[in-house]
Every structure is written in C-alpha cells, then in structure tokens.
Design a protein around this ligand. Structure first.
Ligand code: TXA
Ligand code: MG
Length: 332
C-alpha cells in the first residue's frame, strides 16, 4: 500500500472525540493500552478491519483481539461462555488478560482469521476505555506495528512504523506494562496460556483454583503467534551472567549493546574489559524490566550496533513473559 494518509498525532483537549469520530467513519486509529499501543478499528465493520491488515502488512489469517468497554459486552462477541470467564473478568478486567472463547455467529471471519474462536479483553488505559465507552462497541486492535516489527510502547514508535498508513495516533504516554496481554484459552479442555503476559500462570491458577497449562511449543497453535513478531532488527543473544563475563574479552572487539538487570554483573563486566560498548541497566524487577524492554530494543535499533547481548533474567513465574519475548527475540 502506498502512503495515503496524513497521520495526525492527537494530543489536544478534543483528542478522544477526534479519535472516536475517525473510528466511526471506519478509519484505523492507534490507541494507547496499558500493554502496548494497539491499532484499533470498528470490529463490526469489515472495511475498517481490512484497513488494519493493509496498514500493518499482516497476513489475513492472523486473528485479532477485540477490545470491549466492559464485561456486559461479552455476549455480543462470544457464545457458550463458561462461568470462569466472568470470574476472571471480575478479577482482571480492565487489564492485560485476553480470554479466548467461542465466537458469536455474527462475528465476521475477517476478525478471527476464519477461526471459530475469539480473543476478548477490556483494556485498562483510561483513554482507550473512554473511546470504547463513547463508541459502545468492540474495537479490534492488534499491536500498532508493521508486520514483524516490535510492538510499540510509545506514540513516537507507532509513528515511526505507521506514519502515512493510518488516520491518527492518540498520544497516551508510555505503556504501563510494555508487553502484550496474557492470552488464556478457555475453549480447550483444560485452560492453557497461549501467550505469556503480565497476568502470570500462578495468578491465574490461584484465581481459578485449578492448574493452567503453559505449553512450551504454543507458537504453532496460533497463526500469528510466531517468533519473528517480537524481534528487533539487530541480532540478539541471551547470555547467563557467567557466560557474559566469560565472553567479555571477545566482545570488547565488537560493536555491541549490553542489556543487564543486575548492577553487580554490570560492574563485573566493566571490570572484565577495557571497553563495554554501550549498555542499558534495566531494573531487577520483572514488571519494570518488561516495561522498558521494547522501548529499549527500539532505541538500540536506531543506533545500529552489530548485536544486542542480554543478561538472562531469572526463570521464575514473574519473569515468564519477559523470558518468552526474549527467547523469541533471540530465535533467528
Ligand atoms: O496486549 C495486547 O494483547 C495487545 C493490545 C493492543 O491489546 N494486542 C496484541 O494483538 O498484542 P496482536 O494482534 O499483536 O496479538 C494478538 C495475538 C496474536 O498472536 C493472535 O494470533 C492471537 O492473539 N489471537 C487472537 N485471536 C485469536 C484466536 N481466536 N485464536 C488464537 N489466537 C488468537
Ligand atoms: Mg503483535
């Protein structure tokens, strides 16, 4: 698609009503969520939905998540809804949990990539919620990036990828979580996590009083849930702290960017070599690390190092979403 739009950055007093009016006209508008920016369009308008695929360059069989104003809209989009869906909605909505349910018969195939299931969530960002409340319907919204690029967590990053390809971007500041929502499949026999996210396996198990699967090879289950979606342009490698220190000598010959979460390891790296190229010291806290991860990768990409080296985070439940995205980022 050629660049057809003059993309406005909406950030004034009337920004929400401007976004609403564009969405009502069947345009795509990038909106902030608490996870990442989403590229929103009216989920009941097939022409609008097709614009999402065109703007992103995304294959048509990749299903979209539909965002609803509150739980009372669930039945408009899904059928045969188990009671656990309502229990989880009470605990986690608005918030970063997408529930996979049987789709209602009238939902267009364009939204679900032809599948008979639909992913639904109520987002927590106040601006997105305000837009949804005014429209009083569902908005399909994948992450607001071009196909295969990193999900944007600041408006500037949305603009860099989609300027000229969509009607507008609603400025909503940096995203709180910085990683995409957890996707929980409630259609399969046993609940299972299709994509790790800010709501963790343990939180879900506690809430549901039953075990929740997190399949290792879940990527193939979902068209569009593939490795290449979460990769920076620069090759990325993950090193344990020990490996990192062992490699420092060799690394000093190269133009790399180091991402660490441990102050001690950073100090040791600096001692072990005459030259640590550039580094980002993210926090030793899964939520804070997650918030900074994509924006750091985006900014590092602009400086074009030969590679990005990341200190491997702990392997605990809290870090599952971070580890999932890092593993995908490193898999090429
Ligand atoms: O946090 C998020 O979920 C963000 C914000 C904008 O809400 N959205 C997001 O959308 O990450 P997207 O399209 O980039 O990723 C959605 C994932 C895809 O991997 C897609 O395959 C999966 O959800 N998905 C959506 N509907 C599905 C369905 N019916 N069955 C299986 N997977 C589905
Ligand atoms: Mg995406």
């Amino acid at each position: 698609m050629s660049k057809n739009y003059h993309t406005s950055l909406l950030n004034g007093e009337n920004s929400v009503s401007q976004a609403v009016s564009l969405l009502q006209k069947g345009e795509c508008v990038a909106l902030p969520t608490e996870t990442v920016y989403g590229l929103a369009a009216d989920a009941s308008n097939i022409i609008a939905i097709n614009k999402i695929f065109e703007a992103k360059g995304r294959p048509k069989n990749h299903p979209l998540i539909v965002h609803i104003p509150d739980v009372s809209h669930l039945e408009n989009w899904a059928k045969a809804i188990p009671s656990t869906a309502y229990d989880l909605a009470k605990l986690f909505w608005p918030g970063p949990l997408s529930l996979l349910l049987k789709k209602a018969d009238h939902v267009p195939d364009e939204v679900t990539g032809g599948l008979d299931t639909i992913a639904l969530r109520v987002p927590a960002h106040p601006l997105f919620l305000e837009v949804l409340t005014q429209l009083n319907t569902g908005l399909a919204a994948p992450s607001a990036n071009r196909y295969k690029q990193l999900s944007p967590t600041i408006a500037e990053q949305v603009m860099q990828g989609l300027d000229g390809r969509i009607a507008a971007v609603l400025e909503g500041g940096p995203c709180e979580h910085g990683l995409e929502s957890t996707i929980l499949d409630l259609v399969s026999q046993k609940p299972r996590i299709l994509r790790a996210g800010p709501v963790t396996q343990q939180q879900l198990e506690t809430a549901m009083g039953q075990s929740v699967d997190i399949p290792k090879n879940h990527t193939e289950l979902v068209p569009g849930n593939v490795e290449a979606h979460y990769q920076p342009n620069t090759p990325l490698r993950i090193f344990s702290s020990e490996q990192l220190l062992a490699e420092m000598g060799e690394l000093s010959q190269k133009n790399y960017h180091l991402i660490v979460w441990s102050d001690t390891v950073l100090e040791q790296c600096k001692k072990a070599t005459s030259r640590v190229a550039t580094w980002s010291n993210l926090k030793n806290d899964a939520a804070l690390f997650g918030r900074e991860l994509y924006v750091t990768l985006y900014q590092v990409d602009q400086t074009c190092p030969e590679q990005i080296i990341v200190e491997q985070p702990p392997q605990s439940d809290a870090w599952a979403a971070v580890n999932d995205r890092l593993t995908r980022a490193a898999s090429r």
